[in-house]
Every structure is written in C-alpha cells, then in structure tokens.
Design a protein around this ligand. Structure first.
Ligand code: NAP
Length: 279
C-alpha cells in the first residue's frame, strides 16, 4: 500500500515541500505520496488524530503549528524539546516522534563550508523561531562564540537564557552590532526583514562588514535579499535560505526513509519551482 507523507500549516498553498518530496519518492522508486494540508489552529488536534487513524508514515509541520503540535505527539527528540518546536514527525510503529531539522539543516550547510565551524565568531540577527533553532543547534554542535542582536532585546536574552548547551554569548543592540560587525566571521540573518513583498529593507547596515565575512540570509524569497546584495557588493561570501530549506527537507526524508537524498537534485527542483537559478 502507498505510504502517505504530508506537510501541515496555514497558509500552505505555496509550500515547495510536496514538489520536492514527491520528486524524491519517484527518484528513489518509493511507493509513497506527499500532500499539503491546510489546517486551522483549532483543527490541529483532530488532524493529528486523523493522521494516526490512517497510519500516516510521517509529516512536516510549519507555521503556525510548530509549537502547538508538541503536546499532541508521543515523544519529542531532546534537541527539538530544547528548541521548543517540531518541524518533522516520524510514525514509528504507531508512535508519533517529533524532531526539529530546521537548525540541523542550516548547520549542515555551514559544516559543508567550514571545517573549523566551532571556532568561528558568529552573529545571529533575530530572535524568533528560526533563530532559536539555529542558535540552539549551533551551540549543540559546539560553536563556542555566538552573539545575538535583535530589535526586541528581551527576546534575544530569553533565547540565550533558555539554551541548555554551553556557549559564549553577548546580546547586542542593533546599533552596537553594526559597530562591531567587522569582528564576525559568520553573520546569519534570521528576521523576516527583506522578505517579499517588502524587499527594500535590511535589518542593519553592513558598513563595517569584514571582506572575509560569510553572510547568510535564511530568506529565500527573494533569492537575493537587499542585505545579501549589499554583502556581495562588499566582496563577502553569501548564502540564501534555499540551502537551509533543502537540508531540513533532506534530513526529514532521511528520518522517514533511511535515505539521505541528493540535495543538489532537491535544490534544482526548488529553484525551478521558484523560477530562479542556482546561486
Ligand atoms: P518569527 O518567529 O516571527 O521571528 C521574526 C524575527 O524577525 C524576530 O527576530 C523579529 O524581531 C524580527 N522582525 C520582524 N519584523 C521586524 C521589523 N519590522 N523590524 C525588526 N525586526 C523584525 O519568524 P521565524 O519563524 O523565525 O522566521 C523568520 C524568517 O525566516 C522568515 O522570513 C522565514 O520565511 C524565514 N525562514 C526560513 C527558513 C528556511 O528554511 N530557509 C526556515 C524558517 C524560517 P522582534 O523579536 O523584535 O519581533
């Protein structure tokens, strides 16, 4: 019988996950299908009950359900528990187990670029859900110096205080971060500033950016945010949010099927869907 996989969220119509995962199922000759379901917050518990009844093999969880899903599952992986959000669920013999592959997906991309990631000096811009997954996962893999800047300082302080892993962190006002920018090897932009349709904004000035810095923006619509364009013009290396999106999907696929899929194939599929080219 065909296995069923899904993504639940609201809105969900523009999710690229169905195209990406259905292509993988076909490529690896797996008799499975992945479907997007728009689920209202009030219907989440019923949806999970329905998934249990039909014996779903696994599913992804996106905005606004990543936190609310947790009490509805049978077990939560320790990293996802500490992050406080689940984006991937695996059905193991009727038990629904929750994981978070957002942070791991991002860190996988960085590890492929830096052999010495642990010793890099990193600045995270933002303190929302995505920042939380990235900060906790980077601390978990041993990155020693991770500073945070955010519009709302208390949110950044809470994020750092909640982290169970040992890491050296300063919380900076945006202006302070701008002044000290030259000291960072890696800058990770995790706010929604610059995302379509408001593409003409950036969260901070790159005036003091070091030439050798690596600037990552986890937004993928547009493929090059204003911040990334400014970083590229200052000769820094840049990365958009496609790699994080593809890697979180690849890690979910691996948990479901035991196969670590071809991320290059996935990237091409996503970019085709977005109407862009590889960058
Ligand atoms: P979130 O939890 O709502 O956090 C939003 C962050 O943006 C907070 O730090 C917030 O600051 C900041 N922010 C929002 N509007 C702002 C403004 N006008 N001025 C200054 N700061 C502002 O959102 P999230 O889930 O972390 O997602 C953030 C972004 O990451 C979105 O663009 C999302 O599409 C992207 N994302 C990408 C991937 C991927 O796979 N590539 C995965 C997840 C998310 P305050 O704390 O001050 O409100």
């Amino acid at each position: 019988m065909k296995s069923l996989y899904a993504v639940i969220g609201k809105p969900i119509a523009h999710s690229m996950s169905p195209v990406m995962h259905n292509d993988l199922f076909q490529h690896y000759e797996l008799d499975a299908h992945y479907h997007a379901f728009a689920i209202e917050p009030d219907d989440l518990a019923d949806a999970v009950k329905g998934f249990r009844a039909i014996g779903i093999s696994g599913f992804n969880v996106t905005v606004p359900h990543k936190v609310a899903i947790m009490p509805l599952l049978d077990e939560i992986d320790p990293l996802a528990r500490s992050i406080g959000a689940v984006n991937t669920v695996v059905n193991e013999n009727g038990r629904l187990i929750g994981y978070n592959t957002d942070g791991s997906g991002f860190v996988l991309g960085l590890k492929n670029k830096f052999d010495d990631l642990e010793s890099k000096k990193v600045l995270i811009i933002g303190a929302g859900g995505a920042a939380r997954a990235i900060y906790f996962t980077m601390a978990h893999v041993g990155v020693k110096h991770l500073d945070i800047t955010n519009r709302t300082i208390t949110k950044a302080e809470n994020l750092a205080n909640d982290c169970p892993y040992s890491v050296n962190t300063s919380i900076l006002q945006l202006e302070e971060a701008e002044n000290r920018l030259g000291a960072y090897d890696i800058i990770i932009q995790t706010t929604s500033i610059g995302m379509a349709p408001q593409t003409e904004c950036e969260p901070l000035s790159l005036h003091n950016l070091s030439k050798n810095a690596f600037v990552s923006d986890i937004i993928y619509n547009p493929l090059e945010t204003r911040l990334l364009k400014m970083a590229r013009e200052k000769a820094a290396n840049t990365q958009n949010g496609i790699e994080m999106f593809v890697n979180q999907g690849a890690l979910a696929f691996e948990k479901w099927t035991g196969i670590m899929p071809d991320t290059s194939r996935m990237t091409t599929k996503v970019l085709t869907q977005l109407g862009g080219t590889k960058c």
